[in-house]
Design a protein around this ligand. Structure first.
Ligand code: GDP
Ligand code: MN
Length: 370
């Protein structure tokens, strides 16, 4: 039995970094930026033509309701075009879309069918070639917009310095883990946006100026996070990519396999940040810091927790260190605290996602029932 070992000291330092950096980042951003006014000029006369692209793969269950939701938008109908791009669904999604189109002759909507599924980003690029709007908005099927979503997104884009706008997300049905996680996550996205831009966007509503999409060569087809990566590339070309606080979308959470869903999404984010980490570019200094922090939080920080835990475990088992045993027990007891538990779950998800990325990139993923 020992009071403590050198392994414990190393573990404590790693744990301090693991918890200290994100906490400092969160409170720093929150205090410095969250309540700051937006430094943006809104032009109320800006009424561009908008193309909404809805990518579908086996969405038979939800697509009708989704199109109904889009048809309810307050943005002028004569300035709105909807393109549904389907990639060889096997569940009659295209037939349902055709029927909806027939029943809504007043809506400017078309369906494009790809003969083969090559992934969401590939489909988005295909649809982009047909988009006639000045603004292009992507929206996944499994989420509901408020009626003024389009109008709000366009409002922010009326400032010439803004290149892209996304939404904050809330689960459509109660889900404690998801809600706790989103609370902190949404705060970070808004604060990062006020600082300059956020490197994490949401496919539930992602609006871009089309000229900028064309300039960056469309959506990335070799990684999963088309939304976040596109936003980051736009922010790196000196246009802001922001998430305002008043644009809230309700997202459906899978009924089964919630962890697997989170892991797949984390895989995509890791692919995105790995690619950004390898991109050299001059950009706004606040944004450079945000990128560096988010890259650290997604790619490195989870491993510090793993290493610290393994060191403590070794120290307990080999040297029977009292300090190591006490910290491990405390670490487990603290799991009763929701915030801490949600944080630890997120770290495990990132670790599993990094491991899974070595096997498959999940560019075409299995549809999860929602
Ligand atoms: P999640 O939100 O991360 O769970 O991803 P989803 O499974 O909801 O997919 C996001 C959106 O992309 C949905 O509207 C899907 O129907 C659509 N989607 C996924 N894969 C493909 C694809 O290969 N082609 C097309 N056209 N759409 C896809
Ligand atoms: Mn979705």
């Amino acid at each position: 039995m020992r009071l403590y070992t050198v392994l414990d000291i190393v573990a404590l330092i790693l744990a301090l970094i693991h918890f200290g950096i994100p906490l400092t980042y969160y409170f720093y951003l929150k205090n410095k930026y969250l309540n700051k006014p937006w430094n943006i000029k809104i032009n109320p006369n800006y009424k561009p033509k908008v193309t909404i692209i809805v990518p579908t793969y086996n969405e038979a269950k939800l697509i009708w309701k989704k199109l109904d939701n889009l048809a309810e938008q307050t943005y002028p109908k004569n300035l709105t075009e909807i393109i549904v791009i389907d990639s060889a669904s096997t569940d009659r999604t295209p037939e349902i879309v055709k029927k909806w189109i027939e029943q809504h002759p007043n809506i400017n909507i078309k369906l494009i069918q790809e003969p083969e599924r090559k992934g969401k980003a590939h489909a988005l690029n295909h649809a982009l070639q047909h988009a006639t709007g000045e603004i292009v908005v992507i929206t996944d099927v499994d989420c509901w917009w408020p009626k003024n979503a389009l109008q709000e997104a366009v409002k922010w884009l009326s400032d010439p310095t803004i290149g892209a706008v996304s939404c904050i997300k809330k689960p459509a049905t109660p889900h404690t883990t998801e809600e706790t996680y989103r609370k902190y996550y949404n705060t970070l996205r808004i604060a990062e946006s006020k600082a300059y831009s956020t490197p994490i966007f949401h496919g539930e509503l992602a609006a871009y100026k089309k000229t900028l999409l064309q300039k960056i060569g469309g959506f990335p087809t070799n990684i999963g996070a088309d939304d976040s990566h596109t936003a980051a590339k736009i922010a790196l070309t000196e246009h802001r990519a922001i998430i305002p606080e008043n644009l809230e979308v309700k997202e459906l959470i899978p009924k089964k396999n919630y962890p697997l869903w989170r892991i797949r999404r984390a895989q995509h984010l890791i692919q995105h940040f790995t690619k950004i980490a390898n991109t050299r570019s001059k950009t706004n200094s606040s944004y450079r810091k945000v990128l560096a922090l988010e890259i650290f939080l997604h790619l490195i920080n989870p491993w510090l927790l793993v290493i610290a835990s393994l060191l403590l475990l070794a120290s307990s088992l080999v040297f029977h260190s009292l300090l190591a045993i006490s910290i491990l027990i405390l670490g487990v007891i603290l799991l009763m605290l929701r915030e801490y538990r949600v944080w630890v779950i997120k770290q495990i998800i990132l670790i599993l996602a990094a491991l899974r990325n070595t096997q498959a990139k999940e560019i075409t993923w299995k549809k999860q029932a929602k």
